[in-house]
Design a protein. Structure first.
Length: 231
């Protein structure tokens, strides 16, 4: 009896109408929320990111802000073949579609040449070792200057004609001239002066005599009778 009453209530039209109403309301809420999210986020709409590679940062700023985006520098690097201040990396990449007001992050080519520290070479390295270490720092090595001292031993360094020492900061690609010994070590004391510098010859200096050859006068020889020799 109780079960029959329960199923009668469950099958009543009033109950099914309530359930149907709840389903309709739930469906409307779901679709309404989805529509609102699409409208709020501007789904399917976007601004195409322009190609900024190689463009000067000031020109890129005008271009980006002119289409509703923003731009900022997040890093810098140095590429010697690129103009200073031009963009070498961008994110998002060119061609991507982004929302209005999106930030574009860029890396620019450094406005100044990076500087490197002079390594500990004077009195601590051979010429060949010094050249390898300097070139690894992207410094240019000129032909060396010679002074009296142990052959091919580094005694000092010049940068653009100015004496430099360990730890001095110089621009990358600066020209470095090494002061090395010429092999004459007699009575040599460590230290050098600009007046001590000697020209360097790639194939080695030729030896020239410092004294004139003695001239032999013909008066010192007695005449020889050729007839006597023939007999």
């Amino acid at each position: 009896m109780k079960a029959k009453k329960f199923f009668q209530k469950f099958a009543s039209r009033f109950l099914w109408l309530n359930l149907l109403g709840m389903v309709v309301v739930l469906v409307l809420l779901v679709f309404g929320l989805k529509w609102w999210l699409l409208k709020y986020t501007h789904h399917g709409e976007g601004i195409e990111v322009p190609d900024l590679y190689g463009v000067d940062y000031r020109d890129a700023m005008k271009t980006v802000e002119g289409i509703g985006l923003r731009i900022t520098i997040n890093d810098s690097t140095y590429i010697k073949d690129k103009p200073a201040g031009c963009i070498v990396v961008q994110s998002p990449d060119k061609g991507m579609k982004v929302k209005e007001g999106r930030m574009v992050y860029v890396t620019i080519n450094s406005l100044t040449i990076p500087r490197v520290a002079i390594p500990d070479l004077a009195g601590n390295s051979s010429y060949r070792q010094a050249v390898a270490r300097l070139q690894a720092l992207e410094l240019r090595v000129n032909p060396p200057k010679l002074i009296d001292g142990d052959k091919d031993w580094v005694y000092g360094m010049l940068c653009e004609g100015r004496e430099v020492h360990r730890g001095d900061m110089v621009a990358r690609e600066s020209q470095i001239t090494l002061i090395i010994g010429n092999g004459a070590t007699d009575d040599y004391e460590y230290g050098w002066d600009f007046d001590d510098l000697q020209p360097f010859e790639e194939d080695g200096a030729e030896h020239h005599a410092t004294e004139q050859d003695e001239q032999v006068e013909t008066d010192d020889f007695e005449p020889v009778d050729l007839n006597v020799i023939s007999e």
